[in-house]
Write a protein that binds this ligand. Structure first.
Ligand code: GTP
Ligand code: MG
Length: 207
């Protein structure tokens, strides 16, 4: 997909404050510091559209971007950020969960996991929650440039084996690097095909 335009729309602290949800929306989520904002920038070929940081907890609001004036790409706050208070963490969780369950035009959630680590409980629990809640999602491995190819392959295979303990069918899996822009075309192609499918079937969204 060619990115003709990519514009920041707004930051929202509540799902009710998000922009009108009448066009397809694709959101990026994962632990704090996993590389959500970097991957979004890599996909869109924009250096600093989504704010990134070496310090976890950079993105604390729901950030909407409109792409090609036809679909939303959403950068969500990271979950499980240990350095904020319990109350704040619960507030983040509520914000994220309410957004995911109430956003009618949310077509797919990309759940990002760090390709360098073995499966972490917090991610597995989140994936479990998505599955049980009927939320359509894909899994995206990030920071692939940081690993040697054979280690990367092994980590992805180990992750799949872990998921197979619970799920017979696995979601789509992408292996990416926001830094090197690998895997980004595949994600964009999925979004493009999905948007075409929705348009061809006259799917519309109401608030
Ligand atoms: P929060 O907004 O805090 O939840 O973080 P985030 O998930 O948006 O992560 P962000 O994109 O800000 O990246 C966190 C750190 O990881 C930054 O220092 C990035 O430079 C680094 N990083 C992100 N993606 C990649 C990648 O693909 N490769 C490498 N080498 N570093 C990356
Ligand atoms: Mg971020």
């Amino acid at each position: 997909m060619v990115i003709k335009t990519a514009e920041f729309v707004k930051s929202s602290g509540k799902w009710q404050e998000c922009p009108e949800g009448t066009i397809p929306e694709y959101a990026f989520i994962g632990r704090s510091n996993v590389g959500k904002s970097s991957l979004i920038n890599g996909m869109l070929n924009r250096k600093d559209l989504a704010k990134t940081s070496g310090t976890p907890g950079k993105t604390q609001l729901i950030n909407h971007f409109i792409i090609n004036e036809s679909w939303y790409l959403t950068d969500l706050p990271g979950y499980g950020y240990a350095k904020v208070s319990k109350v704040m963490r619960r507030d983040f969780e509520k914000l994220i969960n309410n957004y995911i369950l109430n956003r009618n035009n949310l077509v797919n959630l990309f759940v990002l996991v760090d390709s360098r680590h073995s499966p972490q409980n917090i991610d597995l629990e989140f994936i479990q929650w998505c599955g049980e809640s009927g939320v359509p999602f894909s899994i995206v491995f990030t920071k692939a440039d940081k690993l040697k190819p054979n280690v990367l392959i092994k980590n992805v295979e180990d992750y799949k084996a872990e998921l197979h303990k619970t799920w017979e069918d696995l979601p789509e899996i992408y292996v990416t690097s926001g830094e090197k822009k690998t895997g980004t075309e595949e994600i964009l192609s999925f979004i493009h095909k999905t948007n075409e499918f929705l348009a061809n079937n006259s799917v519309t969204f109401n608030e």
